[in-house]
Design a protein. Sequence first.
Length: 236
Amino acid sequence: MEEVVYTILRTVVSILILMTCFLWFGKQINSHINLYNFAFSITLGSFIANMGFDLKLKFLPMLTAFLTLILLFFSFSLISSNNRIFRKWLSGRPTVIIDKGKILDCNMKKIRYTLDDLNQQLRELGIFDIIEVEFAILEVSGKLSVMKKTKYQNTTKQDFNPTIKNNDVTIPKELIMNGKMIEKNFNADYSNNWIINQLNQRNLELNDVQYAVISSTGTLFIDIYHDKLTSAIDLE
């Protein structure tokens, strides 16, 4: 009877600790489905199971190991939020599968991704004819993101105004992230001097910019660190 009560107490305490942790960073895990978070979630589950049911293991050492794991996850998250290189190493990078309607066999072989996998994920997105696809990117979560060719895209209000219609679409190019330029994405049209000129026109410094990207239709989007909102919406 004593063992039963002890097991119940261990289980209750373990679940409470787990729920507290997930209230703290659960949104981050759910929104960033990658190999690192997947492995972390499995490890957390193993710890909680052992803490709750394995009476051969002492509870306090298991709790110490569990909290150490939480601390490591928090530290890695903090570092990766401020370091793009570390973030890529930790979370992985998406892979382009189709570029301008052409299937990239070399990229598929690198990640051991087959044509059957591609066709299955396209069908799950409601695309049964691969000829409709302009770009396809396999995200680190394993999900396939697709941009259709212009003539296969759904009609929008913009399509009824030919003066603002733009049929030339490309993959968006990130030019600035976390106040640092992404040099590899610069080209003849979007150069270092061009983006500096765009910032000067907006009275902005490079350190002011959190994110700058050229959209699929060639429009420049800039987001700064301090948005100066007078009334921000809080959904918490």
